[in-house]
Each structure stands twice: as structure tokens, then as C-alpha cells.
Design a protein around this ligand. Structure first.
Ligand SMILES: Cc1cc2nc3c(=O)[nH]c(=O)nc-3n(C[C@H](O)[C@H](O)[C@H](O)COP(=O)(O)O)c2cc1C
Length: 449
């Protein structure tokens, strides 16, 4: 699947500086074109990330982010998703939406509608949001405590899935002769009354061709992974090496089984940023160019945003104190990895920049068709993942190169489908169509009436 951003750059902020990057990221055609490329490459899913703020944690100021184009434009991903949906026929369409800043009824209705408008191709990436900028934009004074965000998100899911179950599949009749529009006994109120949310229903959107949108999740902490194992049907992960990727994969599948789910119904996909070309030499030349694009401020700004800590308050070589490390409320996985990889109990800002690789194309898989396919094949065959989330170094070339050079090689090896298997996203991903009420059987419902 494709990792997309409705913004001025990809998750590699320097992408907009790439000589081949399109600059019309404010136009519908930009997103339509990406969709067409991914569909030509038979991608199952195009997925938009989201953040409800520009990166302004660094120095508590936005000017650097705007000046350097560091993810400072963030369009609404659901609207761009629909543009992409109208330009394609089979491509799955996913967008991120936060459980911390919206009402579950609203989110259920928007995604339910997109699923109908795209004939069963929608997916929702469930995030709890992690930095103060988002909180401040959405009328809060600061980010909510990490585990509490997930407790709240659990209830959010119960409400959303509960509403998606409101209309039984055969509830609609629409018979002009008898005058019966729908079976009133097959449309149900939710009457949810929980610790965080209340929602009555009945929900106003009937079910789609695939039942309801696919749930995507990317929790990485202990609490986040429990949440992912309970709800996630597609999981985004990051694998830093094969052994740790394998451990993470089996651990998450086991956790899904513990939550009463069939682990086969959870597809784990790892992030990969390919830099490819016709040959290894051509790819290496491309990477040499890409390496010249990032600025140090890209890394510092995105690091501050991700860990929700103003690293401008410290010198580059100044160590973090224990209290500062404990106070990191954003991506704690970055902190834990820096502690482990640096071997220091008080790593410096520079250690964070170098080890996290934020803002750079560090870790990109560089090569001709065979070299890139070799890496993907190894990860897949070794049990690191069920699929990949492909990030781009520039748009649309990063995706186009992958489709042109790597997809045919993977197809030759029998590792990649040559066409879509079905019409809905669930059919293409090999996920079952959920029966009405299916989510209730695996969950400890707290607030249902
Ligand atoms: C590939 C990938 C994409 C993600 N996309 C988003 C996003 O768009 N918005 C967001 O707020 N968080 C995003 N996250 C962050 C996750 O939702 C999650 O918060 C993070 O992995 C840390 O896990 P934790 O919440 O359990 O601490 C993403 C994570 C990964 C690995």
C-alpha cells in the first residue's frame, strides 16, 4: 500500500525540494494522479496520514517549518481521499482520523459515507494523536496522557463499530409499490453510555458492500499494541531489522489471538522507502541526489514534534536529564530506541537526531529491481510482515519508479498479485466481510445499552 500525505511533502520533508517533485500539491489532479499510478501498480490501498497541526514544537514557533516547507501544509485527508476515490476504481482508500479530537458518531458517519461512495473501498487509520500543537488547535491545553488516550479510544471504537452495525444487511427494502422503505425492526439504536462517550443512535448510514470500513492501526507501545491487537485489521509497523521485526510480528499476532481474534484477519505491513531505478547504479545516483536535500532543521523540527519535547531548549550535544526523558509524552518508542542504540542513559539531542533518522531518507532501500525485490522478499519470507507500506522520496516519481521497476519483478517471483482479486478492499486484502455484531464477540463491551 502507498503511504501518502495530503501536504506539501511526503513523510520525507525534503521531498518537495527534489527536482522532479510536482509542486501542485494544492490541486485535485496531484492526488488523482497518485491514485492512478498506485492503481496501475495494483496497490491494494492508498493511505493518508494526518496531524492536526504543523510542526511548531521546536522553539515553540512555526516560522522555521513554514520557511523550509517542513510538513507545514496539511490538507484534510478525507477530502483528498475522495478525490482519489473518484479517479480510481479498485484502489483501497484509507485516511487517518484521531479518536482524541472528534466525536465517534461523526467519524462513523464520515467513513461510513466514504465507504458507500467508493463501493466498499474505505479504511480508517485510528490514531490517538500525540502532540501539544494538535491539542492547542483543537481547544485543549495539552496532550492527554498516553494510556488514557487509548482507554478513551477503546470506547470510541465501541461506539463507531456499534453504529456501523445499526443497519442489518437486509434492512433496506425501498419498495415503491408497498410503500415500505426499510424494515424498522432491522435498524437498531446503540444506546451507548460509557465513561468517555455517550451516543444514542440509530445511526443514519446503512452498511456498505464490505460491511464497514477496514480498521488500520499503528500502535507501538505496550498499550498501543494491545489496542491494535483488539481492533486493527491492517497494522502499520516499522521493522528496524529482521530479527526484531519477526519478534514484533509474532508478538502482535499472538496478542490478537489472545483477544479472541483470528490472527489471519490482521495483516501487518512494514514501512519501506524504496529508491529504485532500472539498475543499481541508477538508483545509487538517485540516492546521492536525495541525500543532499535534507537540512538539519528538518530533523530537529520533526524530532521535537514526534517526541513532543522542545529540543531547541537544549544544545545539540547536551545530554537529556532523567526527568526530561521521563517527561517525553510523544512517541516513546523513539526515546526507547535511542536509549538502547546509544547505550547511554543520558543521550544527547544529536543522538536522538542520528538514531531516529527523522527528517532524512535514512534506511531507504536503494537498488535496481532485483535488489529492492530481494529485500522485500526477505522480509516477507522471514515473517516480518504480510505486506508493505511504500513511502515516497518525491511525488509522484517515488511511487511511479516502484510501480515501473519493482512491481514487475515481484510479480515475476510470484510474490505480488497481477490483478485485483475483488471489488471491495476487504476482498483484495483477504479480510472477511464482518457480520452485523461481529465486533461485539471479541470485545469486552463497557458502555452498550
Ligand atoms: C506507518 C505509521 C503511520 C502513522 N501515521 C500516523 C498519523 O498519520 N497520525 C498520527 O497521529 N500518528 C501516526 N502514527 C503513530 C501511531 O498511531 C502511534 O501513535 C505510534 O506508532 C506510537 O505508538 P503508541 O501510540 O502506542 O505509543 C503512525 C505510525 C506509523 C508506524
Amino acid at each position: 500500500m502507498g503511504f501518502l500525505q495530503a501536504q506539501n511533502c511526503t513523510n520525507f520533508p525534503a521531498s518537495w525540494r527534489h527536482p522532479e517533485s510536482r509542486t501542485d500539491f494544492l490541486s485535485a489532479d496531484y492526488y488523482a494522479e497518485i491514485g492512478r499510478i498506485l492503481e496501475a501498480g495494483k496497490f491494494h490501498l492508498a493511505f493518508f496520514d494526518d496531524r492536526l497541526a504543523m510542526p511548531d514544537r521546536y522553539g515553540n514557533d512555526h516560522v522555521h517549518a513554514v520557511e523550509h516547507g517542513i510538513r507545514c501544509v496539511k490538507l484534510d485527508p478525507l477530502v483528498t481521499l475522495m478525490v482519489m476515490g473518484m479517479a480510481t476504481e479498485r484502489l483501497g482508500l484509507g485516511a487517518t482520523c484521531s479518536t482524541t479530537y472528534y466525536e465517534p458518531f461523526h467519524v462513523a458517519r464520515v467513513f461510513g459515507t466514504i465507504d458507500l461512495m467508493t463501493a466498499g473501498r474505505a479504511a480508517w487509520n485510528v490514531v490517538t494523536s500525540l502532540n501539544d500543537g494538535e491539542a492547542l488547535n483543537m481547544g485543549r491545553s495539552g496532550v492527554m496522557e498516553h494510556d488514557l488516550r487509548y482507554d478513551r479510544a477503546d470506547e470510541f471504537m465501541e461506539v463507531v463499530l456499534g453504529h456501523w452495525d445499526a443497519w442489518e444487511d437486509d434492512a433496506l427494502i425501498v419498495d415503491k409499490h408497498t410503500g415500505r422503505f426499510a424494515d424498522g425492526n432491522r435498524v437498531h439504536r446503540l444506546d451507548y453510555n460509557g465513561r468517555f462517550f455517550r451516543s444514542r443512535g440509530p445511526f443514519t448510514v446503512p452498511r456498505s458492500a464490505q460491511g464497514h470500513p477496514v480498521i488500520i492501526q499503528a500502535g507501538q507501545s505496550g498499550r498501543g499494541r494491545r489496542f491494535a491487537a483488539r481492533w486493527g485489521e491492517v497494522i502499520f509497523s516499522t521493522a528496524h531489522d529482521v530479527p526484531s521485526g519477526k519478534r514484533s510480528y509474532t508478538g502482535l499476532k499472538e496478542e490478537a489471538a489472545l483477544a479472541g481474534r483470528d490472527p489471519e484477519h490482521m495483516k501487518i505491513c512494514t514501512l519501506v522507502m524504496p529508491v529504485c531505478g532500472e539498475s543499481r547504479a541508477q538508483a545509487e545516483d538517485r540516492m546521492a541526489l536525495i541525500k543532499q536535500l535534507p537540512l538539519e532543521i528538518d530533523a530537529l523540527s520533526l524530532l521535537a514534534e514526534a517526541i513532543n519535547f522542545d529540543v531547541a531548549s537544549k544544545g545539540l550535544d547536551e545530554p537529556f536529564t532523567r526527568e526530561e526523558l521521563d517527561s517525553i509524552s510523544g512517541l516513546q518508542g523513539i526515546r526507547d530506541r535511542v536509549l538502547a542504540a546509544s547505550g547511554k542513559s543520558n543521550p544527547t539531542v544529536r543522538d536522538f537526531v542520528q538514531i531516529s533518522g527523522r527528517g532524512t531518507a535514512e534506511g531507504a532501500v536503494v537498488g535496481g529491481p532485483r535488489e529492492v525485490a530481494d529485500v522485500l522478499e526477505e522480509h516477507f519470507m522471514e515473517g516480518v510482515c504480510d505486506g508493505f507500506v511504500v513511502a515516497a522520496t518525491h511525488v509522484p516519481g517515488g511511487y511511479a519508479d516502484f510501480v515501473r521497476w519493482v512491481v514487475p519483478e515481484l510479480q515475476r517471483r510470484g510474490l505480488y498479485h497481477t490483478d485485483y482479486e475483488g471489488h471491495t478492499l476487504r476482498e483484495n486484502l483477504g479480510l472477511p466481510r464482518p457480520a452485523v455484531g461481529a465486533s461485539r464477540s471479541t470485545t469486552a463491551s463497557s458502555g452498550r445499552g
